[in-house]
Every structure is written in C-alpha cells, then in structure tokens.
Design a protein around this ligand. Sequence first.
Ligand code: HSE
Length: 433
Amino acid sequence: MSKPAIGIGLIGIGIIGGAVARGLRDRAARLSEQIGCPVELRRVKVAPMDLTRPIIAEFPTDTFTTDDDDFFNTPDMDIVIEAMGGEYPAFNYLERALLSGRHVVSSNKEVIAKHAAELLELARRNNVGLRFEASVGGGIPLLQPFQYDLSVNEIKGISAIINGTTNYILTNMACEGIPFADALRQAQELGYAERNPANDIEGFDSVYKLAIMAMLAFQIEVKPEDIYREGITKLETQDFLYATELGFVIKLLAIAKEDDGDIELRVHPVFLPRDNFLAKVDGVFNAALITGDLVGDVIFSGQGAGAAATSSAVIADALAAAQDVASGVGNRMRWRLGGTKRLLPMTEVVTRYYFRLNVADKPGVLAQIAGIFGDNGISIASVIQKEVNEASETAELVIMTHLARESAVRQAVEALRQNDSIKAVNNFVRVGV
Ligand code: HSE
C-alpha cells in the first residue's frame, strides 16, 4: 500500500535552509507528481535566535521547534535534511537521524569531510540513505557522477576551482591589479567572503570539498588533515603581473591525481597556462575537470554557492530519498570505502615551480642561485631579471623551473634564505597540474 504522504524534517533555517523550505513548499505539486504522493515539510529545527527571522512568518507556527527531542519525535518524518553547517552539533543530529531510521540529506561539507566514513557506515547499518550532493559545488552535479555515470572509470585526475570566494578575489587581483587586502574587502562587501574569511582564503573550504570528491572518486577514506593546504594570502600584485607576462593565470586549485596506485591530494595556488579550461573560469564560478580512463576529460561548471543553486541539489537529494521511501528501498549505496591506494606525501609530489626572489644586484649572485638549484637537482627553465632598485642595489628575479620534487624545492628555499645575497624568497608557486 502506498504511503499517504512523505514527511520531511529540516534542520537549519539560514540561507540554505530557508531556500530549501521555500523550494519544498513552492515545488510541492511537482515533487508530489514525481513521487506519486504528497511530500510535506513537517518540522523545522531552529535555534532560538532564528525565531525572529522574517521567513518564520511564511510557515505555520507549529512547523518550528527549538527542541531536539520535539524535532526527532515528530511522527511520520521519513527524511531529515541538515542545512545548518559546521561540525558540531550537526554531526550529532546526523547521527541521531540515521539511528532513528530516517533517510538523511546534508549540504554540510565540513561534517561530511570529517565524518563521512562513520556516517556512511551508520546509514548502511540502519538501512537508510545518506546523500550530500550539495556539500560540494552547490548546484553543480559533482558527486553523483562519481557514484553513477563515471563509476566504471578509474579516475586519473580531478582539478577543480571549488571555492567561489577565492576565485572572485584572484580574478579581481589579476584584472584590477589590486592587492589582496582590497580584493578581500570587496568580496566581503558583496557578501561573498564571510566576516571571518579564513575558511575560504586559507583553503579549508576547498580541502573539505576535495576530501569528499576524492573519497567518492577513489573510494578511500580521506581525512581533511591529510590533504596539503595552502591558501591565497601570500600572493602579491607582482605575482599576477609576472603570471600574465609569462602566459599564465593564477587559480586556487583542488587537485587529485592518481598514478600507479599513489594519489596526490593538494589545495594551493597554481600558475595555470592561459589556454587551460580552468584558467577561463572567473569570478565566483566553480568548475571541475575530471579525467577517467574510459571517458577521458569531462567538465562540470556553474554556480558553486548561493541559496537557490544549493537548494537545487538539496531538494534533488530529498526527492531521491522520497522515491526510496515511497518504494520501500533502504540503503542503496553502490560502493564501499575499501580502496587501497596510497596517499603520496606532499614532499614526493613532482611539478614545476615559479620563484620570485629579491636579490643583491651584483656580480656572481645569479651563479650562486644556479648553484643552489643545481645542488638540489632542480633544473632551471628560465630566469628573468625584473625591477632593479638602484637605491638598495637589489633586483627582483623570476625563475621558472622544470619538473622538480617538492622536497628538493623546500631544501633549495631553505638554502636560498640562508644566503646573504638573497634578500628574500618573495614567493614560490607551483606551475600547471
Ligand atoms: N564559501 C564557499 C565559496 C561557498 O566561496 O565557494 C560554500 O561552499
């Protein structure tokens, strides 16, 4: 006998939660048609301070509760959507929802990146679904393809711009020639960057999203702390000028690469050749280039954040969960976290590098620098002397290397810093993916 209706509980009524609540209400007829019975938002768990939000007046008063037990005891609540963000108490709510036999949908990258393995196991044991498409790339379908369309491929690589705030800042620094602090301020004024922007600009947000993508791509458990992370705060206007002059664009990339059973996972700024697809993704847009051994390169691109785009993915997950409830299907996870691939330490990564050095402008200095690179097995591809400062008798040197091992580069940087003729290693940035 089919169910008279499918009940949904929602945790959080902030920007995403609000858009989800409205979407479920405004698209109720469409959802009911797709499921074959009504889909109803039964209860919303909110924090006491949320009760003053204007959206509260749009729904019957008894929809909202601030009490955990009251929320979880709601009868006929088949699906729980978590849209509150953060690690705790979101983790406890997800755990409780799964243990109580509800299908779960989450848009929360932090809690999924940090606790996916235990939550997925809990979902399996309680025979319910755990879906989290909206946790990466907002409305862009970035996770489902790994579980379905691309699932027979060996994933060889992922390179992605998955943080809109930093992409907006980098685009502005490149196009307007403005310093980082000004570009950040503009992003904050436009509401892109949060007041405490560290999550975005220090790369944590991208790390969480890469951890989730890599888990699905390689079916391994990835802890965010195992991913090498470098944010965008060290980039200066000169780096953008030289990048442009040399035919590159600077992007904060999330990179996963599989090579012979080893996997590289890293988030850091990259000098990308101007003709690379990702080099053309500007502003708050996100994009991911995924390479599979059968399918080759596939590209996903679109709005990686924002209420409407994110609610699109959350509600689609809720729809899939509702279809399972309607047809009596429990957990249908088609994959296991059983992968055996090894995470390559960052020191073993091999790539090309851009260096910007401030050096004494006198005879023999270039020879000393070449010696330091040579001693560490690093081959120099080009050297350009920029901006001579006659007063201080210093010059800025831009050096591009051939492929080099990260450990060798770190040793070379240490040696450069100890050399009296080298006033500063202003920056070094990895080149290409
Ligand atoms: N802070 C994120 C970004 C959006 O700037 O892309 C949410 O994932």
